[in-house]
Write a protein that binds this ligand. Structure first.
Ligand code: UGA
Length: 440
């Protein structure tokens, strides 16, 4: 028997979660204060481009198990479980801004008509869940027992629905057996499929989420720092990563060197972790995380400098074709995109920069977006591969006749160098042995 569940905040995380819950047979109402978003979701239009999401959304709307509203009155008397999935953006000082989560609790708690479980999904600094429990207890009316649990989400952009329906683990922090039993009902389907559950206290669950992102970011910065060492010595960072990855204690994932990590999660979450670690007297952790951030920034700068070297040391009057704008392939998200950071630095140095991306819109001043790859390549003095969309790896370099100079800076190290070299290109791959030519 399905539960009655509300999901509050139906942007990226919440929309996918609501669809996932309905797919598992629950009755779900998604709530958002944005009327336009609610209207479009009710019409079967997903707020974000994610493989399979729109189809799954329409299927669940048609099943009658899923609908969206802006009215809290629709959920306060309805739900056994309220998930909170609103944003926790970065505040000006880098810490997490929890005002949206607090606003939800302030609206929801006094209006509750029945006992329920309130489950946080948003990424928050450790200690937030306990604080919210105090707030809920103060605000909830007599007779409406509301317990807070925390159940972080590990989905990746571009694979959000698949990650939600078949996660590699379920993690939650609870303070009672009742909450535990309720969450087991919510996730009965994936648990029956064999997904492991890690049940813990509130603080541990909060930390698991940010620690996972910090560890992934650390792996990337580690390999990127090594790529600079490889560059200096003529070693090959890809071979180093492959050899490291063979050790099952290390693993090959997240050891792809490149222009660094971006997106709406890793950079924001590790900045907030550093702040929280400072506040709670864990300065060594803050220091480690800040090194990870610093390497990430220096990697972007380094790729920009290499591009300048490829242009002969001077950018004004030169044309650069940039392949890729999104922060990673498979998404149209350009938040904190390393590709756009490097492209912007080249434009600021005076180059004419044309960006082609199969999905993302580019709205940065100084950059020109092209509709086709050919338009970006026309008369280019340098081609920079900055986001590793599979379509770029499938290009036949022998047929690319538009560029003025056949110089490729493959910052993602994903293009097949021999094929490009056979077609007459000089290929620079940061952290791999250089050919003759620029920088030597
Ligand atoms: C990340 C985490 O991977 C998810 O587990 C987490 O749930 C999510 O944040 C979140 O907190 O919501 P996502 O932001 O979709 O997911 O992006 P990732 O796939 O982690 O990639 C992040 C960045 O690292 C991208 O810019 C990517 O190009 C870069 N990257 C990744 C590398 O430079 N090298 C690698 O080896 C792997």
């Amino acid at each position: 028997m399905g539960l009655r569940i509300a999901v509050i905040g139906v942007s990226y995380l919440g929309a996918v979660h609501a669809v996932g819950l309905a797919t598992w047979g629950h009755q779900v109402i998604g709530l958002d204060i944005d009327q336009a978003k609610v209207d479009s979701l009710n019409k079967g239009r997903a707020p974000i481009a994610e493989p399979g999401l729109e189809l799954a959304l329409r299927r669940q709307l048609d099943s009658g198990r899923l609908r969206f509203t802006t009215d809290y009155a629709d959920i306060t008397d309805f739900a056994d479980v309220h998930f909170i999935a609103v944003g926790t953006p970065a505040a000006a000082d880098g810490s997490a801004d929890l005002s949206q989560v607090q606003a939800v609790v302030d609206r929801l708690a006094p209006a509750l008509r029945r006992s329920c479980l309130i489950v946080g999904k948003s990424t928050v600094p450790v200690g937030s869940a306990a604080e919210l429990q105090r707030r809920v207890t103060q605000l909830a009316p007599v007779g409406a027992m509301a317990e807070v649990a925390w159940n972080p989400e590990f989905l990746r952009e571009g694979q959000a629905l698949a990650d939600t329906l078949a996660p590699d683990r379920l993690v939650w922090g609870v303070a009672s057996e009742t909450a535990s039993a309720r969450l087991r009902q919510v996730y009965a389907r994936p648990i029956a499929d064999g997904v492991p559950v890690i049940e813990t206290d509130l603080a541990t669950a909060e930390i698991v989420k940010v620690a996972a992102n910090a560890f992934l970011a650390t792996k990337i910065s580690f390999i990127n720092a090594l790529s600079q060492l490889c560059q200096a010595t003529g070693a090959d960072v890809v071979k180093v990563a492959n050899a490291l990855g063979r050790d099952p204690r290390i693993g090959r994932a997240f050891l792809d060197a490149g222009p660094g990590f971006g997106g709406g999660c890793l950079p924001k979450d590790i900045a907030a972790l550093a702040k929280r670690a400072d506040q709670l007297g864990a300065p060594r952790l803050a220091e480690l995380v800040r090194s990870v951030q610093a390497i990430n920034q220096s990697q972007r700068d380094w790729i920009g400098q290499l591009a300048l070297v490829c242009l002969g040391g001077s950018a004004p009057g030169k044309k650069v074709a940039v392949l890729g704008a999104s922060f990673k392939p498979g998404t149209d998200d350009t938040r904190d995109s390393p590709a756009l950071a490097v492209a912007t630095s080249l434009a600021e140095s005076g180059a004419e920069v044309r960006v082609y991306d199969p999905a993302a819109r580019v709205d940065r001043s100084g950059l020109t977006q092209t509709d086709t790859l050919e338009q970006a390549l026309l008369d280019a003095d340098l081609v920079c591969h900055l986001t590793d969309w599979p379509v770029f790896a499938q290009l036949d370099p022998a047929r690319l006749t538009g560029p003025r100079n056949k110089i490729l800076l493959d910052a993602r190290l994903k293009l097949d160098r021999p094929t490009w070299e056979e077609a007459g290109w000089t290929v620079i791959q940061p952290g791999r042995p250089w050919p003759t030519g620029p920088g030597r």
